[in-house]
Design a protein. Structure first.
Ligand code: SF4
Lengths: 254, 299
């Protein structure tokens, strides 16, 4: 065996709680049908953060044609199933990525394209980039390369399809199960008053995905700093500048 | 007609329409792909998409109106399906007629407007205002066409129109009797289907798919189902008014697929029109043609 083959490419995961086979054989067939359809129809939100995005157009258009695999671009997080993060993630971008990710309906999958999302790539010394993407979001598949060719992107997407079909791609549950961990890393980067409009804890309760890792010191911090969401005031011209200074959420984003 | 027979037809007609509509969506996507020199989606892709959307775990609802809006959008089309004559089944065609159908086809747009309104997303509101403006643009030529056709056939009953056209060979078809009105209908066809180049209200990169911006999961699935009905309706109305309708499925199916394929193959070649240009375009050429066509048939 080649030395290279010994490097584990996939972290072997135990079957998560939600995925136990149901006892009713008909329900199993139904589950498989649903998983099959989910794997064959993926709407992607390509959040083009960095240079890696340049390889997506050829992957989507006539040369490699992703639509063959049922992968289509979609434009809002509400409609999307997979979030493609194509390249280095600056701290400011990461905030937007997290906002986007939390708005996507589950089951949702994250793909980190480019070495920069794996370990910082050539930006590993930069003060302004978030280096390891999976500390902030549960990543389903990484496609390494600087930048990966369209063939690699499509092969990565096919791997994800296989994972979805076999029920292994359940990383979206991990975000709820280990929310405290992810939130902690986010707070380290953005400060302890970091908050998003989505109520992850309530969602975790709703899905029955609360574990003892969901709540912790970081979520306690979140609850301390959390301000109730209010509609932003709509105004034009001079008045707007005045309001910007006063709005705590605007300050938060800078 | 026997009561049970009618009941079966009312059930069967929307189901058939849905299945044919799925095939039309596939055809539309394949045509688009071929024009862009791509392969296009696999055969069952429309079904995968719909099952996937309905099986999402998160179903974000923005309130009661959001849900009712989608039900209206799909339900309006399902009701319209029972008014469209197909080979072997006429459902409620003889009770409804072309005018009821024209009304019925506005319900989905209004349902969408209500549903999107509750989402409170500015992109959605912009999209829906554009969609309703576009509806205003193509509905007037559409009414002209329906009026002209009813005048020529002397009835608003779609089933009777088919019977009249079937009495002789091709020369009795609407497209020979009133070519100008048929041309008008062909010109507004892409707009009624909301496809290129009249899809400014969707405009993915500018207003993030407009009305669909807050739709996820089953709501989006509902819209996908609606799209199937939309394509099917456009094909059947045109075929019934101008192409002799259908007596046998074997001749009916190629006709409706052809009708949907024509605007699709032309559509992808054009960029989008802006809303005011849609209005100007629709009220200029199709309307002019329609009025001349009316004058010719009423002379
Ligand atoms: S891995 Fe290379 S191509 Fe990709 S974002 Fe980083 S520097 Fe750019």
């Amino acid at each position: 065996m080649n030395e290279l083959d010994k490097i584990p490419v996939r972290q072997e995961l135990s079957v998560a709680e939600g995925n136990v086979k149901r006892s009713n054989p008909l329900a199993n067939v139904f589950d498989e049908l649903v998983r099959f359809c989910q794997s064959r129809s993926m709407f992607m939100l390509h959040y083009c953060t960095g240079c890696g995005a340049i390889e997506l157009p050829p992957a989507m258009t006539s040369r490699f044609d992703m639509e063959r695999l049922g992968i289509q671009p979609m434009v809002t997080p509400r409609q999307a199933d997979i979030l493609l993060i194509t390249g280095y993630v600056s701290v400011k971008t990461l905030k937007r990525i997290i906002l986007t990710y939390e708005q996507m309906p589950s089951p949702k999958y994250v793909i980190g394209i480019c070495s920069c999302t794996v370990n910082g790539g050539m930006y590993w010394q930069s003060y302004a980039t978030a280096k390891v993407l999976k500390e902030y979001l549960p990543v389903d598949i990484y496609i390494a390369g600087c930048m990966p060719r369209p063939e690699a992107v499509i092969s990565g997407l096919r791997d994800l399809m296989g994972d979805i079909k076999s029920g292994r791609a359940d990383n979206w549950k991990r975000y709820f199960q280990n929310y405290d961990h992810y939130l902690g890393n986010q707070q380290k980067l953005f400060g302890e008053d970091w908050q998003t409009p989505t109520d992850i804890i309530a969602e975790a309760e709703h899905y029955g995905l609360m574990t003892d890792q969901t709540l912790g010191e970081h979520t306690a911090l979140l609850q301390k700093h959390q301000q109730p969401l209010e509609a932003l005031e709509f105004s034009l011209g001079e008045k707007r500048e005045k309001i910007q200074g006063e709005n705590p959420r605007e300050k938060n984003n800078e | 007609m026997h009561f049970y027979e009618l009941l079966v037809e009312l059930l069967l007609m929307p189901i058939l329409a849905f299945v044919i509509g799925l095939a039309m969506v596939l055809m539309m996507r394949r045509i688009g792909a071929r024009i862009q020199r791509r392969v296009g989606p696999p055969v069952l892709q429309p079904i995968y998409d719909i099952i996937k959307l309905y099986s999402k775990e998160t179903q974000i609802s923005h309130g009661l109106m959001h849900e009712i809006g989608i039900i209206m959008a799909v339900g309006g089309f399902i009701a319209a399906m029972t008014l469209l004559p197909v080979p072997g089944m006429s459902g409620l065609t003889d009770k409804g007629g072309a005018v009821t159908l024209a009304y019925m086809l506005m319900i989905p747009s209004l349902g969408m407007a209500l549903g999107v309104g509750q989402c409170a997303n500015p992109n959605g509101s912009i999209g829906i205002s554009r969609a309703l403006t576009a509806m205003l643009a193509y509905d007037i030529p559409f009414i002209l066409v329906i009026f002209g056709a009813s005048y020529v056939y002397g009835t608003t009953n779609l089933a009777e129109m088919v019977a009249i056209q079937q009495q002789q060979d091709v020369s009795s078809w609407g497209i020979v009797q009133m070519p100008l009105l048929a041309l008008t209908a062909l010109l507004i066809l892409p707009a009624t289907m909301g496809k290129h180049p009249f899809e400014i209200y969707v405009a993915p990169s500018e207003i993030a798919t407009g009305p669909m911006v807050e739709m996820s999961g089953k709501f989006m699935g509902g819209l996908f189902v609606m799209q199937c009905f939309q394509l099917y309706t456009a094909g059947v109305i045109f075929t019934t008014l101008f192409l002799g309708g259908g007596v046998y499925w074997i001749t009916f199916l190629p006709k409706i697929f052809l009708v949907v394929a024509i605007p699709m193959s032309v559509a992808y070649l054009f960029p989008r029109y802006r809303t005011e240009d849609v209005l100007r375009l629709m009220w200029k050429w199709p309307m002019l043609l329609g009025l001349i066509g009316l004058a010719v048939v009423m002379k």
